[in-house]
Write a protein that binds this ligand. Structure first.
Ligand code: GLU
Length: 547
C-alpha cells in the first residue's frame, strides 16, 4: 500500500486537480492588473474595518483595470447567522461597492471562478487535499480532542511552544498501513498538512503595506480538512486564492503571522503565491487609550450604523480614503470639486499602524459632501433615508415642490449652507419651515427680549416695512429703516463706534424677526426663508408671536 492508495481510500470520488486547473485558467488581464477580493465570514455583521479593506481592495482592482470579487467564507458553520450573506451583499450595495464577481445575493453569483461561497466548494478542497495525501504531504490524524488537550497541557507545563508539530505530531509518523487499518476500523479522523518547515529557520517576506518582515518558518502540521469535512481558513485561502487567480491578498493584519504557513502551503501545493497587503485595524481613542474599534463596545464599528444615522455614503468612503492614504487630504485641498473616484490610491501610502477613527472629522466631511449637492440630490437622499427611518420626515418631504425650495435655501452658491452632516439632521434643520410643524411653545429672544419692545418691533414691521415682493436689498434696507425708527443703529459699524448712543443695532432687530418667524436664533438666510414660506405664512407667524 502506498500514499496513493490511502488517498483513494479517503477521497474515492475526488477529481484530479488538473480538472480544476483547466476549469479556472489564468485570467486574461492586462499586465499589472490586480485581482483582489473581499472575503468576509457571514457572521451577521459587517465591521467598518471590513468595509475599509473592501474599499482598498476595490480601489486597487479599479485603478489597474483588474477584478474585485466577493467570496463568502462560511466554513465555520457554528459562527454563521441566517441571512449573513444578504447582510454582506447589502452593505456593499449601500456603499455602491458591489463586486465585479462573486456573490450578488444570498444565493446568486456572477463570474467564472465560482462557486464563490466556500461551503459549495467541498469537492474542490477534497481534490487538493487528496493531491497532498498522494504525495505524502498530508495525512489523516486520529487524535481525539482529549489527546489534543493532553498534548497542550504537557507543552504548557514544560513551557514549550504549543501545537501539533515535530515530536508532538503523533499521527505524522503512522505508516499508510496503520492509517488504513484505523480508517477500516471506523476511527474518526481529520486531515493535517505535513509541514516541511523548521522553526529554527527564518523566512523573509515582503508585505506591500508592512514592508520587509522576518518570521521563523512554519513547522505546525495544521488541520486542512476538519471533522465536518470542510476546510480550515488556511487551506481554503490557499486553494481559493489560487484558483480564483487572486494576485493581491488584502486582509486584516491579524493574519500577518500566518504568512509563513500560507507561503508554505502555496509552495507545497505547487501554486504561485499572491502578494500580500496586511491592513492595520481602525483604532479608537478611548479616554486617551488607543484600542481597536470593538463590535461590542462601539456602535460605529458596524457598517449599518452609518446607514441608520444617514451619514452619506460618499462621506464615509471619503473619510476611509482619508485615513487610508496620507496624501488624500492634500489632494482634496487641491481638488475640492473632484469625485473621490479620481483620487490615485497608493497602497504604499497606507499607515503601518492603525489609523485613529474620528467621528467629528467624518461628520465634517459629511457637511461638505452635502453642501455640494443640489437640492434635488439632498431631497432624494433624505427621502430614501426617511422612508426607512423617519416617518415624520417622509411625510414632510411628500410635498416635493415646497421641500425642494426649503432644501434649496443657500445652496448652489459659492458659500453653500453647511448645517447638515447626515440625513438624520435634515428634519431638525428644516422642520420649522413647515407651517403644520411650526408650533413654538415659547420664543427665546436674545438681546431684545422685553415683551413690549418685541411687540412694537413686530407690529411696526408688519404694518410699514414688510413686503414679500421686495428684492433682497430693499428688504434689508427696510429692516435698517425699522431699526433707525426705533432708535437702534442702522449699521453694526455705527453701533460699534458709539455703543453708548444706541440700545443696539440692526442685527438685534433682525433677531427679533428671525426668532418670531422660525423659533430659532440661528437659521439660514432670512430673506430666502420668507420667500419660501410666503407672505401669508410670514404674517401669520409674526402675528402669532405678537399675541
Ligand atoms: N474570512 C476571513 C476573515 O474574515 C478572511 C480573511 C481574508 O481576507 O483572507 O477574517
Amino acid at each position: 500500500m502506498n500514499y496513493k492508495d490511502l488517498a483513494d481510500m479517503i477521497f474515492p470520488n475526488a477529481k484530479e486537480i488538473s480538472y480544476y486547473e483547466a476549469k479556472y485558467p489564468e485570467r486574461n488581464l492586462k499586465e499589472g492588473a490586480v485581482v483582489s477580493r473581499f472575503a468576509p465570514s457571514p457572521t451577521g455583521f459587517v465591521h467598518i474595518g471590513g468595509l475599509y479593506q473592501a474599499l482598498v481592495a476595490r480601489e486597487m482592482a479599479k485603478k489597474t483595470e483588474g477584478v474585485f470579487f466577493l467570496r463568502v467564507e462560511d466554513t465555520d458553520q457554528k459562527r454563521e447567522v441566517e441571512n449573513g450573506v444578504t447582510g454582506i451583499v447589502n452593505s456593499l450595495k449601500d456603499f455602491d461597492m458591489l463586486p465585479d464577481e462573486g456573490m450578488i445575493t444570498d444565493n446568486e453569483e456572477i463570474g467564472n471562478y465560482g462557486p464563490y461561497k466556500q461551503s459549495l466548494r467541498k469537492d474542490i478542497y477534497e481534490a487538493y487535499a487528496k493531491y497532498l495525501l498522494e504525495q505524502g504531504k498530508a495525512y489523516p490524524c486520529f487524535c481525539t480532542q482529549e489527546e489534543g488537550e493532553e498534548i497542550r497541557k504537557k507543552q504548557e507545563s514544560a513551557k514549550i511552544r504549543p501545537g501539533y508539530y515535530g515530536v508532538w505530531a503523533k499521527c505524522r509518523n503512522l505508516t499508510v498501513e496503520e492509517a488504513a487499518e484505523k480508517i477500516k476500523n471506523g476511527e474518526k479522523y481529520i486531515i493535517r498538512f505535513k509541514s516541511p518547515g523548521r522553526e529554527d529557520k527564518k523566512i523573509k517576506h515582503h508585505d506591500v503595506i508592512k514592508g520587509n518582515v522576518d518570521f521563523p518558518e512554519n513547522d505546525q502540521d495544521i488541520v486542512i480538512i476538519k471533522a465536518d469535512g470542510l476546510p480550515t481558513y488556511h487551506f481554503a485561502h490557499a486553494v481559493d486564492d489560487h484558483l480564483m487567480r487572486t494576485t493581491l491578498v488584502i486582509r486584516s493584519d491579524e493574519w500577518l503571522s500566518s504568512v509563513p504557513l500560507h507561503l508554505q502551503l502555496f509552495h507545497e501545493l505547487g501554486f504561485k503565491a499572491p502578494k500580500y497587503a496586511h491592513i492595520a485595524p481602525i483604532m479608537k481613542n478611548d479616554n486617551g487609550n488607543k484600542r481597536k474599534l470593538s463590535k461590542r463596545k462601539d456602535p460605529e464599528a458596524a457598517v449599518n450604523y452609518y446607514k441608520e444615522e444617514g451619514i452619506p455614503v460618499n462621506a464615509v468612503k471619503e473619510y476611509l480614503l482619508n485615513i487610508a492614504n496620507s496624501n488624500f487630504e492634500n489632494w482634496r485641498i487641491a481638488n475640492p470639486d473632484k469625485s473621490i473616484n479620481e483620487f490615485d490610491f497608493q497602497l504604499n501610502k497606507m499607515s503601518v499602524s492603525g489609523a485613529l477613527f474620528d467621528m467629528v472629522k467624518l461628520l465634517d466631511i459629511g457637511k461638505t459632501v452635502i453642501s455640494k449637492m443640489t437640492a434635488e440630490e439632498v431631497y432624494q437622499n433624505s427621502l430614501k433615508w426617511a422612508k426607512e427611518y423617519d416617518k415624520e420626515l417622509e411625510e414632510m418631504l411628500n410635498d416635493k415642490e415646497f421641500s425642494l425650495k426649503v432644501l434649496g435655501i443657500e445652496r448652489g452658491n459659492k458659500k453653500p449652507r453647511k448645517d447638515i452632516s447626515k440625513w438624520s439632521d435634515v428634519k431638525n434643520s428644516i422642520i420649522y419651515m413647515y407651517d403644520n410643524k411650526f408650533k413654538p411653545e415659547s420664543y427665546e429672544y436674545a438681546k431684545i427680549n422685553n415683551k413690549e419692545e418685541v411687540k412694537k418691533i413686530l407690529e411696526l414691521y408688519l404694518a410699514e416695512y414688510f413686503d414679500i415682493d421686495d428684492d433682497k436689498d430693499t428688504w434689508f434696507n427696510k429692516i435698517k429703516d425699522l431699526a433707525e425708527k426705533v432708535g437702534y443703529a442702522r449699521e453694526v459699524k455705527e453701533y460699534k463706534a458709539n455703543p453708548e448712543n444706541y440700545p443696539g443695532h440692526v442685527g438685534d432687530i433682525s433677531t427679533v424677526i428671525r426668532v418670531s418667524l422660525t423659533g430659532r436664533q440661528n437659521t439660514p438666510d432670512m430673506y430666502e426663508i420668507m420667500q419660501v414660506i410666503g407672505k401669508e405664512s410670514v404674517q401669520k407667524r409674526l402675528e402669532k408671536a405678537i399675541r
